[in-house]
Design a protein. Structure first.
Ligand code: ADP
Ligand code: MG
Length: 673
């Protein structure tokens, strides 16, 4: 067996499991080994029952005290037990596991391990893992159990077993990096890193392993970009776009004046589209900086020059939102062009009609998802393509367009706040424009960091805001253990909140287990104000613009990366009403307060992420993935900024030439347009 062998060759993997793995994108043993854990569970020493802390996952060892109760509620049977040691008694509850009654014999010694929550002032442990008898815990104590990203049908244990088996049967390659690079940057060997990332003996081993693999991931990425850059000379401008007075006239009719930064970027784009070379430009601007209007101006100018313009959004919801607001704008300002929407979910007949209008040139401006660049679509004369929230578009899309024989101008818009030096590494040879200023008329968002005792007050506040006509987001606590539990959690929470807020307020929820169409439907109803309060996990879309939403309440804020909180906060403060952000935190520690207070003092996403990292320290590599935007498998551009810097430096070494590029780099992630 080697890394190219099919996973069927691993003992214990049959046809059914093979198929499930394939759904996760894993076909070969190498794929399996490169599927890194998304976190680890560390089975720490049990703590005394009287010393549990709210919000933490802890193990408690004790004896079952008294009899075990199972509530009669059929829908959600709750099993309650008490675990007692010398320091106190801890209440423990399980959901839908009435059979535990038989295991939990009064007086027997057990270990329970789960999250401590506060229910009506009482600390209890919810839905823990049970070790009975207590000795069973010893086997796991102080080990780091990998937690893999899973798809439905496959359990963490299945993946653990497969990886363990593969590692025992396989003679791992010793090294994939040139020695000189490995020595210079003090990186551990490949085989050590692979073992260490799956089954680290301790935290130190994990840190070494991860550092090495992240380095390699970044290095391959940087090399891939460089390669593309070498291939691409400047493409000459086959779609010259002249300045049009009509666009200037449109600008004067808008209800607001462009900010200085918007004006500067718009000028850069104009200059570029009329210049000697095809545009390939990244526009970076924090959430709410007003990227959309700049895109509209560029599209208008292209269209007034007789070209077609296209704008791609990563999701249907965003595409529809752009379509509606642009069509409305064109109506209002008497702009004589035809706007077309094209998304994957449209009916076959609707699509066919849209294709016809696009091909004949009747459609001037086409807005949609990546359906825009599918084979079936042919354009009459496409002059400009804009992609919004670029991270999910890449080289392949550009190639798809080139295959259609077109060299349109390309504009990519991103809200990922990264410093210039980093952007140059990540975006290769794209030109960079930055909108580094927010519109002036904004009321700054009022932030507060509060503890759970404030929850009722927060609900009253939400109710008041809704009664004034506003809308609210509530981000639910994360459930790290499983997506299914998380979905359940969000559903329960929104039912509870609906009851709390009373009749006449429509509360809905959104989570990762839902089908895309269902999510889209809910987001649309929220955008139309048919739903006033949206309870969600962090799946809520980047870039969504509901200016009427004024409250963002985040439960368990301490468990999020600050950069992510910053993105969430960006969902409010987009309209003319005062907006509020409520960070609810169960943890009362000084560190938490300090971390969250960084958000109050800055609006610069990268600054926030790097301050966060400083406070948490580099030892804390487990918790929080910051960016979520530029998707590397293991690396994180914020957390691992230093490694990225090193990798890009290493790419300059002559030894780097030996490294085969493109073997493992995910092309979707390479942004050379
Ligand atoms: P983002 O950069 O996050 O995509 P949007 O383009 O969605 O931001 O803009 C957010 C809101 O700000 C929109 O409602 C938009 O109409 C408004 N806006 C954009 N530019 C200005 C400006 N110069 N002055 C006032 N409001 C603006
Ligand atoms: Mg946007």
């Amino acid at each position: 067996m080697n890394e190219d062998s099919k996973i069927r060759e691993i003992k214990g993997i049959g046809e059914k499991t093979e198929k499930l793995f394939r759904n996760m994108g894993i076909e070969t043993v190498g794929d399996l080994l490169r599927c890194c854990p998304r976190g680890y569970d560390i089975y720490e020493d049990p703590v005394p029952a009287g010393e549990v802390l709210e919000g933490k996952v802890m193990a408690v060892k004790g004896s079952v005290w008294g009899s075990v109760q199972v509530s009669p509620n059929r829908k959600m049977q709750v099993t309650t037990a008490f675990i007692k040691d010398l320091t106190g008694t801890l209440k423990v509850v399980w959901f839908r596991m009435p059979f535990l009654r038989n295991t939990l014999k009064s007086g027997s010694s057990v270990v329970v391990r789960g999250r401590i929550v506060n229910r009506k002032g009482v600390l209890l442990m919810e839905h823990p893992e049970l070790f009975a008898p207590a000795e069973k815990y010893e086997e796991k104590r102080n080990t780091m159990q990998p937690l893999y990203p899973l798809t439905a049908g496959i359990s963490n244990q299945t993946v653990i077993k497969a990886v363990r088996e593969a590692l025992s049967q396989l003679n791992l390659k010793k090294e994939t990096l040139p020695d000189a690079i490995r020595k210079k940057y003090h990186l551990c060997e490949y085989n050590y890193a692979i073992r260490g990332i799956h089954f680290p003996a301790n935290k130190e081993m994990f840190i070494l392993a991860r550092e090495r693999l992240v380095f390699e991931e970044f290095l391959e990425f940087v090399l891939a970009i460089r390669k593309l850059k070498e291939k691409k000379e400047h493409t000459s401008n086959t779609c010259p776009v002249k300045r049009k007075e009509e666009v200037d006239a449109f600008l004067t009719k808008l209800p607001f004046e462009l900010t200085g930064a918007q004006k500067k970027v718009w000028e850069e784009i104009r200059e570029n589209m009329g210049g000697p070379y095809a545009m390939s430009r990244l526009v970076q601007g924090d959430v709410g900086s007003g990227k959309t209007i700049v895109a509209v101006l560029a599209l208008l100018e292209a269209v007034y020059n007789g070209y077609q313009g296209a704008m791609m959004a990563p999701t249907e919801v965003l595409a529809k939102q752009h379509y509606e607001s642009i069509a409305q704008m064109f109506g209002k300002y008497d702009i004589p062009f035809q706007v077309e929407l094209l998304t994957g979910s449209m009916k076959a007949k609707e699509k066919r009609e849209a294709y016809e209008r696009i091909e004949s040139g009747k459609a001037d401006l086409i807005i949609g998802t990546h359906a825009l660049i599918q084979e079936k679509v042919s354009y009459k004369n496409l002059g400009l393509v804009i992609t919004d929230e670029q991270h999910r578009f890449g080289v392949r899309q550009r190639e798809a367009l080139a295959k259609k024989g077109m060299m349109p101008h390309i504009l990519v818009m991103s809200a990922t706040p990264i410093p210039r030096t980093l952007a140059i590494i990540l975006y290769g040879d794209m030109d960079l424009s930055v909108i580094d200023e927010l519109p002036k008329n904004r009321h700054p968002i009022k932030n507060c960091v509060v503890d759970t005792g404030y929850r009722k007050t927060a609900y009253r506040f939400i109710k008041n805001q809704v009664e004034e006509g506003r809308q609210c987001y509530v981000i639910c606590p994360m459930v790290e253990e499983s997506e299914a539990l998380e979905a359940e959690n969000v559903t329960d929470y929104s039912a509870m909140l609906a009851e709390e807020l009373g009749n006449g307020i429509s509360v809905s929820c959104l989570h990762g287990k839902m089908k895309q169409a269902e999510k889209d439907d809910i987001m649309e109803r929220f955008a139309r104000n048919e739903i006033q309060v949206l309870v969600s996990t962090t799946v809520i879309e980047v870039g969504i613009n509901v200016p009427n939403a004024t409250v963002m309440m985040v439960e368990n804020a301490e468990r999020f990366g600050l950069a992510q909180l910053h993105q969430l906060r960006g969902r409010v403060g987009r309209g003319r009403h005062q907006s509020y952000c409520i960070f609810m935190s169960a943890s009362k520690t000084k560190e938490t307060k300090k971390r969250l207070s960084i958000l109050n003092h800055s609006n610069d996403g990268f600054y926030i992420a790097s301050e966060d990292l400083k406070l948490r320290g580099p030892g804390d590599l487990f918790g929080i993935r910051q960016s979520g935007l530029l998707e590397f498998k293991l690396g994180d551009i914020f957390q691992d900024a230093k490694i990225l810097q090193n990798a890009s430096e290493a790419a300059q070494m002559p030894e780097a030439e030996e490294i085969p590029v493109f073997s493992r780099v995910n092309h979707e992630n390479v942004h050379i347009l």
